[in-house]
Design a protein around this ligand. Structure first.
Ligand code: NDP
Length: 308
């Protein structure tokens, strides 16, 4: 199979490209930066892999059997109104471009499958509700991003099989949330923020890669699929496990009242450990933090669609 991948240079994308390449699929890396991609996928390790910058995406998508769309500006950063616009724009623009290129391909070279990332942030947050793929969208900023993001992907022609993967927090030791949490724990500074009761809907990196891989070839992967393990945990539990594995304590360094004082709007949706550095920065420069939001999701995947 020939597969074009946007966001291939990212945390999930790199592992997906390795998996596809090692199984002898032809991979086309659609990137904004050829030099970055060349460093990550050197010819000696990835013979035959194609790296394409934006003007070349059309030629790559035409002739691919499938496209995986993972691109988007990272959200684990301090949120200003400018950054919020960029978080939205980066996803809508790339997804719309990919969809246009697919829709405008000649029939004989048109991909038949689009696997497009979105996030469990679609559902918003709740302390008590259980969300599955049929649940309505939330009403916060990330829910809006996910709705728009999915809306762009849904414009793909109906004869192209679309799998929209609502991804939970991806855990793998070399990147994503864990790469930010582990150093803090190693410095005896790890632990959940606030009450620690926030739900943490997670998935292992290998599992999300397996899920995307399966969605490429299995026709039953159509429509929305929650990409989370079936057993979300409370943030405190997650941090306790991490502390145990690392031989470090997990303590509660930031109480709720402090979060509220610093975050205002953001305090009601609180807080992943991954934003711990940001919180320290927030205490140092609270005026800039008014627009920031820390949040957590409460999401269960439907057992038939999840991957653990
Ligand atoms: P990464 O942040 O690691 O990588 C995303 C890729 O998107 C980058 O490698 C880059 O590729 C491209 N990108 C970055 N900024 C921009 C921008 N401003 N405009 C256009 N493209 C950009 O993401 P992950 O691999 O962690 O995740 C993949 C997708 O899954 C993302 O869209 C993410 O939102 C979503 N997701 C991830 C979760 C997680 O826990 N990791 C959880 C839920 C959803 P290049 O420079 O090559 O163009």
């Amino acid at each position: 199979m020939t597969v074009s991948v946007t966001g291939a240079t990212g945390f999930i994308g790199q592992r997906l490209v390795q998996r596809l390449h090692s199984d002898n699929h032809q991979v086309r890396v659609l990137t904004r930066s050829r030099s970055k991609a060349q460093l990550l996928f050197p010819v000696k390790d990835f013979p035959g892999l194609v790296i394409a910058e934006e003007l070349e995406w059309k030629n790559c998508i035409q002739g691919s059997n499938a496209v995986v769309n993972l691109a988007g500006m990272p959200i684990s950063t301090r949120w200003s109104s400018e950054i919020k616009k960029e978080i939205m724009k980066s996803r809508i623009n790339v997804t719309s471009k990919v969809v246009d290129l697919i829709n405008n391909s000649e029939d004989n070279v048109r991909p038949t499958v689009l696997v497009s990332a979105t996030a469990v942030g679609y559902y918003g947050t709740s302390k008590t509700q259980v969300f599955d793929e049929r649940s309505p969208s939330g009403n916060d900023y990330l829910a809006e991003v996910c709705r728009e993001w999915e809306g762009s992907a849904l414009k793909v022609d109906k004869d192209v099989r679309l799998a929209l993967i609502r991804i939970g927090v991806v855990l793998g030791k070399d990147g994503g949330a864990l790469a930010k949490m582990i150093p803090l724990f190693m410095m005896f500074a790890g632990g959940p923020l606030g009450t620690g009761k926030q739900w943490f809907s997670w998935i292992h990196l290998d599992d999300i890669v397996n899920l995307i891989y399966e969605a490429l070839s299995n026709p039953s992967y159509k429509g929305v699929i929650n990409g989370t393990a079936p057993n979300p945990v409370r943030l405190a539990e997650m941090c306790e496990h991490l502390g145990n594995v690392l031989g470090r304590p997990s303590w509660l360094p930031v109480p709720d009242f402090a979060l509220k004082a610093v975050l205002g709007e953001g305090a009601c949706v609180v807080s992943l450990c991954i934003n711990y550095f940001n919180l320290i920065l927030a205490f140092l420069s609270p005026i800039n933090m008014k627009d920031n939001i820390w949040r957590q999701r409460t999401t269960f995947a439907e057992p038939t669609c999840s991957c653990s």
